[in-house]
Write a protein that binds this ligand. Structure first.
Ligand SMILES: Cc1ncc(COP(=O)(O)O)c(C=O)c1O
Length: 499
């Protein structure tokens, strides 16, 4: 039976919400040294019984403690005290690179060590020391089926390949399907890696208008007709950069236009596994016809795997793609492919994904508590889109943050037109720890620390509104001397009309 720890004092009636009292007890115990990094806190159910409160109160308390950077939780393994963070040691924080948050307490490093050891003991040396052929052999194919699930069957007579990340596959597909000067279609704001590959191949990139549900089918049909484009690139689930997810009905309508126009689809779906309820891929709505489905493992497990599944129409299309692979990467690393297979088969991939989702959720909650209500994000996504009011230039905004040591990505990185919606993408996974993200979001490191010492809710805007900038300058107000994303967003006058 679990003993009641000394730090767990009784809750006091009339001293504020009980979930905050529990979070405060944890914060107090951390400050006093009664709880140290890596210590496990009691299971939620046990704590609820011990304190005579509902389970939901404890769940809320632990969520609050996570948002304050005190706790790290691991699905199925419980909650632990997070590593301490010294804001004075903070270097540049890169929230421009869209990577999954590292689960705390070095779980990823442990998974890599254990997984690699299993790879070299289970697989024969020959199979992991040579070249890896993109067409999967039966055991690897079975692992791919496990990962991709039932949607694979909906994609019809498709071939499953593995390649060294989707970035290369996008280049290979563009190369295999287009000639210099051809038009390719995409969202007006889209993944910069696609833009880079299309520009390198001398293609004409055309943004097709959309609404809150994504690309408009009528506009797509018109663009196919007017430009003669034979290829559409889409990233319909937690889109990069706008974080929007195209609903099922729109996917079906887009699929119908693609069929009618005989246009080939590159569906790039690296964020899908971060959602537990993503709609079926568009490639399933087309039954795989003229559709390439790209499932990167970079965003839901780790970019270090350099691995992605490609579901391609069988026949000549696959042959052409394989030729392009052979001309560039020669496939992915056999060792890393072995690690992916091992992780999927032994369940590590699923549990690691759960840990990443948990951390992503808590970082998104932190962001939502600080940034304006206009942000667009999925609760378990790894990036968010912050639309800027027209009087703010995205590049000036991101430069001001860079001067303060926080890197984010501005509209122009994602745009294909001159007139683009004004906004910035903030990647919550880029901070090395939850506490580091929290530090970026507070108006300055000292006051962040002071706040957490006073055991108040996290973040600057949540506790004290930052005065709006009134200087009416069309670009970033240098006089305001912002210190962080939270402060910067707080000083932006989202209500005023452009000067
Ligand atoms: C939409 C999209 N596709 C592909 C990638 C890159 O994937 P990979 O690491 O598999 O090359 C990214 C990375 O940010 C992305 O956002």
């Amino acid at each position: 039976m679990q003993r009641r720890p000394a730090w767990l004092k009784p809750l006091v009636a009339g001293s504020g919400p009980r979930y905050l009292q529990i979070a405060d007890l944890i914060a107090h115990a951390v400050r006093n040294g009664e709880l140290k990094a890596g210590d496990q806190v009691p299971p939620q159910r046990w704590l609820a019984t011990e304190l005579g409160v509902d389970l939901t109160t404890v769940t809320r308390a632990y969520a609050e403690a996570r948002v304050r950077g005190l706790l790290a939780s691991f699905g199925g393994r419980g909650s632990f005290i997070a590593e301490p963070y010294d804001p004075s040691q903070r270097g540049m924080v890169d929230l421009a690179m869209n990577i999954p948050p590292q689960p705390a307490n070095r779980a990823l490093a442990d998974h890599i060590k254990a997984g690699m050891s299993e790879v070299v003991t289970r697989h024969d040396a020959e199979s992991v020391s040579g070249y890896h052929h993109p067409v999967l052999e039966p055991t690897a194919l079975q692992a791919a089926r496990t990962w991709l699930g039932p949607m694979l069957d909906a994609m019809g007579q498709s071939q499953v390949l593995m390649c060294a990340g989707t970035q290369g596959a996008i280049f290979n597909l563009l190369q295999a399907h287009t000639r210099r000067g051809d038009a390719v279609l995409c969202d007006p704001l889209t993944y910069p890696g696609f833009l880079r590959a299309a520009r390198a191949l001398g293609l004409k990139i055309i943004g097709v208008p959309g609404d809150a549900s994504g690309m408009l089918p009528d506009a797509l049909e018109r663009s196919c007709r007017d430009t003669g484009a034979g290829l559409l690139y889409l990233n319909p689930t937690i889109q990069n950069p706008t974080a929007s997810t195209m609903p099922t009905a729109r996917r079906q309508d887009i699929a119908a236009v693609l069929r009618k126009s005989k246009v080939t689809l590159i569906e790039d779906d690296p964020y899908r596994h971060l959602l537990n309820d993503a709609p079926l891929p568009i490639s399933a709505c087309t039954s795989g016809e003229r559709s390439y489905y790209l499932a990167s493992l970079s965003k839901c497990l780790s970019p270090s795997l350099r691995a992605a599944y490609v579901v391609a129409p069988s026949g000549q299309a696959t042959t052409t793609l394989l030729e392009s692979f052979a001309a560039t990467s020669m496939g992915c690393s056999a060792l890393l492919a072995g690690l992916v297979q091992t992780w999927i088969v032994n369940g590590t991939a699923k549990s690691l994904l759960g840990e990443i989702q948990l951390e992503a959720r808590s970082r998104q909650a932190l962001a939502r508590s600080i940034l304006p209500g206009s942000i667009q994000a999925h609760p378990s996504g790894i990036h968010l889109w912050l639309p800027l009011p027209p009087q703010w230039r995205p590049t000036a905004f991101s430069q001001a943050l860079e001067d303060m040591g926080v890197r984010i990505a501005a509209t122009n990185a994602f745009g294909v037109e001159d007139e683009l919606p004004s906004g910035v993408r903030i990647s919550v996974g880029g901070a090395r720890s939850h506490a580091e993200l929290q530090c970026c979001a507070a108006e300055d490191p000292d006051s962040a620390r002071e706040k957490s010492d006073r055991q108040q809710p996290h973040g600057c805007l949540a506790t004290r509104p930052i005065p709006m900038c009134t200087c009416n300058q069309a670009s970033w107000c240098r006089n305001a001397q912002p210190d962080s994303i939270g402060a910067a967003a707080g000083r932006m006058d989202f209500s005023s009309t452009p000067p």
